[in-house]
Design a protein around this ligand. Sequence first.
Ligand SMILES: [Zn+2]
Length: 369
Amino acid sequence: MRHAVARSGLEALYFSGAHKLAGPFVGSVGAILRLHHVRPARSDKFQPNQPLEITPEFLKTLVRRLQRSGFAFVSLDGVYRRLTEEDFNRRFVAVTLDDGYRDNLDWAYPILKQHDVPFTVFVPTSFPDRLGQLWWTALEQVIAKKTSIVLEMDGRDCRLSCGSVEEKYRAFEHLYWWLRSRPSESQMLDIMHELSARYGVDMAAICDRLCMTWEEINALADDPLVTIGAHTVNHLILAKAPEAVARSELKMGRVVIEAALGSPPRHLAYPYGDPVAAGPREYAMAAELGFLTAVTTCPGMLFPEHRARLTALPRISINGAFQRGRYIDVLLSGLGASLWNSLCSGTPGRGAFTTPHRAATSTSPAASQ
Ligand SMILES: [Zn+2]
């Protein structure tokens, strides 16, 4: 439903021509795009994490449309330089992909290479270390294979029906947000491990199948177009963790990448990245630890004022639920972020445009990893 509302909002903005008028007035200087998976569309009817993936064809459309619109594609070092030197001669855009999925190498890289587009992949080091817990994918798989699920929620045994596709979506949305609201990350993961074990879903196999190995990341990093960024070790909701844990996650995430690739990452993405997952404490830590930039999942364009907030930069989510070329024009006019924000206002954690790894702005669980 929220997708439908958002889609009609995007259509209305596009066909009204408002996005063409907005550019000069909105005054943004550039944008950082946020992607996750890039892979061919799947035919399954139940795909709650679909906002986290776009097709290779849409990535091509995105790149060509932005090139035609006159945007300069830059790396995150380029974003840092432009913001700090106030070089705003040409609007710029940086491509980032979160989590280090293997499809980034298989599908996104050839397209971005062909078009000479620099990009950053943010890697939580537990993923290539094969200790990653992609609980949002495990939850999708549990619900996909069962017609009902039993689990203890808030001290009561609950049975959730998930026979029909509609029931599956409802169960996913409900469980996703209930899990995200657990007081601690370890509690959330304990529940997810128990659920996965009970219903025969192998979380280790998910990590192995979906995420790049260190060898693959190294091969990608050899290309000067590629920046490998930090994304912590365990992909935790940092703001929920004690200060020492959050600091260690940020620090070790960088140390491990340096050990694997030979140079320390200069840029960081906060896991989940919404205001619930990263706040002023994390922004300050990232600056203290020496990251040049750190990106959130809060929707927005870049403005000259971001020079003073380099460790709290917004991004524009390229969401798999909205794969149409004309939406790109609206998003990059700055009006898209306003639409996102208005659709999401008042409901932290649920917006029109994110998902698990989602920001305070998404439509279905699953857009902000
Ligand atoms: Zn992530």
